[in-house]
Write a protein that binds this ligand. Structure first.
Ligand code: 13P
Length: 264
């Protein structure tokens, strides 16, 4: 079964003013006009979802959010539910990003990480709530440098995948997108070697296979993320287990983002 590649731009806490978000979204729309065969997603900050939705009207580019809470309504100050995201025009929701898991790599002091407190269990709740609202999760997984150097990559990645999927049905699982993002490659310019990225994306698929069987494993899309740029995208995206990219820095420049979409 041929999988449609998916290129998603995670703007993180950037392009957050109405003017910036509107300009970048319009540039992305212009860059992908007339292209087909690839799903293109932009994930702006919450405060400009409405702005970006307006800019994307009539285009094939769809909108994603950078997180979502698992409760539908209630006394959860600061949180945004999947229903709210759906109403705002969101189609995809990034969940379990290493930054929301509080795993910033080496540069962030340990005591600040507790603020996030996201675990496999909360990612799982968010996955189920997102699916229940009819939105599609992009589930992020990936090892830190310490875990890689300690030979724990495959264990970390397969346990994060399995941990996200408790109670998810076969039918729901086949629609999922995973993003393998080695924490040490995010925002560092240190891209994971293409063959190794393909191998770990294969571990993601193998884990899905062990839980749901061959058909679902063949259907899920697995992105690579971590310093993907125009000059390394083609090699990464030509790997058999890599079905797209989750792009940070290079998604903030429409020409770079367009070049990566072209590579897909
Ligand atoms: P960079 O592309 O900036 O390394 O970020 C990757 C990422 O974290 C996307 O979610």
């Amino acid at each position: 079964m041929a999988r449609t590649p998916i290129i998603a731009g995670n703007w993180k806490m950037n392009k957050g003013t109405v003017a910036e978000a509107s300009a970048l979204a319009q540039e992305v729309v212009a860059a992908v006009a007339g292209k087909s065969g690839v799903t293109v997603v932009v994930c702006p900050p919450y405060t400009v979802l409405h702005t970006v939705r307006t800019a994307l009207t009539g285009s094939s580019v769809v909108m994603g959010a950078q997180d979502g809470f698992w409760k539908t309504t209630g006394a959860y100050t600061s949180q945004i539910s999947a229903e709210m995201l759906k109403d705002a025009g969101v189609s995809y929701v990034i969940l379990g990003h290493s930054e929301t898991r509080g795993r910033f790599g080496l540069s962030e002091p340990e005591e600040t990480l507790k603020h996030y407190g996201e675990t496999d269990a909360t990612v799982n709740l968010k996955v189920k709530a997102t699916l229940a609202a009819g939105l599609l999760p992009i589930i992020c997984i990936g090892e830190t440098l310490d875990e890689r150097e300690g030979g724990k990559t495959d264990f970390v990645v397969s346990s994060q995948v399995a941990g996200a999927l408790t109670g998810v049905t076969n039918d729901q699982a086949s629609k999922l997108v995973f993003a393998y993002e080695p924490v040490w490659a995010i925002g560092t310019g240190k891209v994971c070697d293409a063959a190794e990225a393909n191998r770990v994306c294969g571990i993601v698929r193998k884990t899905v296979h062990s839980l749901y069987g061959a058909e679902v494993a063949e259907a899920v899309r697995v992105q690579y993320g971590g310093s993907m740029k125009p000059d390394n995208a083609a090699e990464l995206l030509s790997q058999p287990h890599i079905d797209g990219g989750l792009i940070g820095g290079a998604a903030l420049k429409s020409a770079d983002f367009a070049a990566i979409i072209n590579a897909a």
